[in-house]
Design a binder for this molecule. Sequence first.
Ligand code: IPE
Ligand code: IPE
Ligand code: MG
Length: 238
Amino acid sequence: MAQQEKPQAPQHIGIIMDGNGRWAKKRMLPRSAGHVQGAKTLRTIAEYARDRGVKYLTVYAFSTENWSRPKEEVDSLMDLLRKYLRDMLKEPTNHVNTRFIGDKTAFSPEIRELIDKVENLIDPEAKMVLQVALNYGGRDELVKSVRRIAQRVQQGQLSWDAIDEQTISEELYTASVPDPDLIIRPSGEYRTSNFLLWQSAYSEYVFMDGLLWPDFKPSDLDAAIEEYAGRNRRFGGI
Ligand code: IPE
Ligand code: IPE
Ligand code: MG
């Protein structure tokens, strides 16, 4: 399909990058090989989303629950994260600013320093913001924001009855970022797994069966956008 025939991409797309382990298993490879391939796919898809005019791409890379995996897998994910961050520093994605959402305090000082460096590579001509969700959980994000709000009330900076939806939105990692329009999950699981709970209240979901994240191609992003374009978003209206 020629670029001009494609529907306009939504402003903000979220992707739950799932299925790396099954991708590796199918090939009799260790699960870590699936994560390595998944990280490559992320670079390709981020560039393609930028070229399609997406303004914000939020990808779920590591959840607050993923620490419960065997130590060997968590260690290999941390090694891969270090490598991904170093690669980003050496070869940043053109015209993409990257930021990380989630609780960064759980990471090693080395990883936190790399994260800071990548976040500081600001391209003034960036066309897209890539938000990588790391040690992210929607519930954890809400708990942290409630605590900060309670603190402001306790310190007399905010009145309890002035708390509204905006107060909460502004305390989330995604403050100032519009809510996701479309959330894509490959791998055949039909759940959110704690991704952007508050922000996804009116997001459109596209679940893609028979497709594992490492195999996700630009044409799959096109297909999800195509499906989104045919949806009727009512936001409770008629
Ligand atoms: C997603 O792939 C990556 C992370 C959660 C880190 P999985 O590792 O969940 O792959 P499956 O779901 O086991 O196939
Ligand atoms: C969600 O995938 C988290 C990421 C893709 C990072 P999981 O594989 O952890 O989710 P569940 O366990 O299938 O719900
Ligand atoms: Mg999974």
